[in-house]
Design a binder for this molecule. Sequence first.
Ligand code: DX5
Ligand code: ZN
Length: 228
Amino acid sequence: MTLKIMNKKYIIAPSIVSADYLRLAEDIRACETAGADWLHLDVMDGHFVPNLTFGPFLVETFKRATNLPLDVHLMIEQPERYLEAFAKAGASHLTVHVETCPHLHRTLQQIKSLGCAAGVTLNPGTPVSAIEPVLHLADLVLVMSVNPGFSGQVFLAETASKVEQIRKKLDQINSSAWLEVDGGITPETLPVMKNAGANAFVSASAVFKYPQGIASGIKALRMSLPGA
Ligand code: DX5
Ligand code: ZN
């Protein structure tokens, strides 16, 4: 499955983790109206990361609330146990952490067989070499620019060099996989990652906690992409 379906050069993916859960439908609508491309859903299990969020049940609820592709980021141990449930719930992309997958090759194939785009991601402390053998299978590669678990953390600038390395490797194998970044992405840090070769940008705080509101937050991110 290819993710180039939307023919977009750059993707802005608000992470719903920082939305107001008492006004979820309104917040999602605000993202759509402001031109968000995907909705990023952070699934956390309290084991792999020190925080808990939600599972397939809420993903299915999001699916009913929006037509935006659901970009599901699984920060959970043994993700292969839940892939089918997330696919059935309406996930468009399922991204797993290399740190949680001893059989990463098989897991990515499993995601594809479920009809979802297969994503792989790595923590700031994990080297690019850990995902290199499966890059040809990935529809999406996510570089974590914070240690996963919480929104509102400070961007780790040293992760830009990983984006550069992965961009080179993807180009070498003629892969059109999205190269996504997640953590501390703001109108100031987004251009750093774009210049390093990223083309999909996740942001929670800089959208949902933007002082002038969600629409202005998305607009500010978009404006930081010259020519996009
Ligand atoms: C990291 C999550 C992110 C995160 C982003 O734990 O995967 O999606 O919540 O939050 P911000 O954009 O506030 O750093
Ligand atoms: Zn995420």
